[in-house]
Design a protein around this ligand. Structure first.
Ligand SMILES: Nc1ncnc2c1ncn2[C@@H]1O[C@H](COP(=O)(O)OP(=O)(O)OP(=O)(O)O)[C@@H](O)[C@H]1O
Length: 322
């Protein structure tokens, strides 16, 4: 659905040049929730703004739904952009307009008639659970409610793609949960494709199917979240499951990249007569699976076969020192 290839962007300031995108390739499949995570200055906002051509890349192409946006300008680009909604961290609502007026705004700009506009605004407010707030003004709403208005407005033109610029960063944890749940429901019900940027690993863990870790204008790694977690040396796995820096020569890191019903650790003790001492780790729900990562001391004459047994069962085993 989104296919961006070879994106480069350099900002030229008075005394220096800042490379915000340095050869980024991004592919987001239809109906996928894709998260780009990185620290401040990594280039996430520039990437997001490049996907809908609010920022024109110096090099590279952007295709959305098969259409090459980088080849469009003017009215053609404006029409193509209607297929892409955008949600902002600080909501960007018009204070003087009611909730309904804010949601109606893009429809007015697009020349949609009054009767159709009213019906559509009603549908959208229902969709985000704010039907009773149509006449309220933004100042009367909580942060979570404001973001729901932002989402309803972004969906007004029935886009296929939603871009989310740190949509939950200004919200408390419980409200963040409810907005993430809403985004997932919208993906499921409307078949939306969602590209979000965030500095919170938790957002990746909670709703993303795929993710990229961005640093200094580049993707350090990218792919399906569960595949990345199961890849040796994965930065994403390390960030999602920080482990204590402990252990010695017998210590391994064991990653479960999907849910397992079998009690593998006790099986290991029984079958191979090894001592298993868990030094740290955790199990979390990621992309609908119970995924875990443990740092374990594993000792005994049959340590080697025990580790092979884990690997044969699809677990990733890495020596802790590596
Ligand atoms: N309009 C601009 N003019 C000059 N430099 C810019 C501009 N926009 C971004 N930059 C610079 O480009 C780099 C990438 O910025 P960008 O905002 O894309 O990163 P980010 O990962 O989204 O960070 P943040 O989370 O802080 O917004 C930074 O060094 C930033 O200072």
């Amino acid at each position: 659905m989104i296919d961006a290839v070879g994106l480069h962007k350099v900002y030229r300031l008075k005394k220096r040049r800042v490379t915000a995108l340095n050869g980024v390739d991004l592919r987001v499949e239809p109906g996928e929730i894709y998260g780009v995570v990185g620290q401040s200055g990594a280039g996430k906002s520039t990437l997001l703004r490049t996907v809908n051509l609010l920022e024109r890349p110096d090099a590279g192409t952007v295709r959305v739904g098969g259409e090459e946006l980088t080849s469009l300008r003017g009215a053609g680009l404006r029409t193509a952009r209607r297929r892409i909604g955008m949600v902002h961290q600080h909501f960007a609502l018009l204070a003087s307009r009611t909730v309904a007026g804010n949601v109606a705004f893009p429809l007015e700009v697009a020349g949609v008639g009054r009767t159709e506009r009213r019906a559509r605004v009603g549908e959208l407010l229902d969709l985000v659970g704010l039907a009773d707030k149509a006449r309220a003004h933004p100042s009367q709403l909580s942060g979570g409610q404001k973001q729901r208005v932002g989402i309803a407005r972004a969906l007004a033109s029935r886009p296929d793609v939603l871009l989310s610029d740190e949509a939950t960063s200004a919200l408390d944890p419980a409200t963040t949960d409810s907005i993430l749940a809403l985004l997932r429901r919208l993906r499921d019900e409307l078949g939306l494709t969602i590209l979000l940027i965030t500095h919170e690993m938790d957002v990746i863990k909670r709703i993303c199917d795929s993710a990229a870790i961005m640093e200094a204008g580049e993707f350090r790694e990218s792919g399906r979240v569960l595949d990345l977690i199961g890849t040796p040396g994965s930065l994403l796995a390390r960030s999602l499951f920080p482990l204590p820096d402990r252990g010695g020569p017998d210590t391994v890191v064991v990653t479960y990249p999907r849910s397992y019903d079998e009690p593998l650790m006790s099986e290991l003790t029984r079958r191979f007569d090894v001592d298993v001492n868990i030094l740290g780790g955790g199990v979390e729900q990621v992309a609908g699976q119970s995924v875990g990562r443990l740092i374990v001391d594993l000792r005994g004459a049959r340590r080697g076969p025990a580790l092979s047994y884990l690997a044969e069962h699809g677990l990733l085993v890495e020596e802790a020192g590596q």
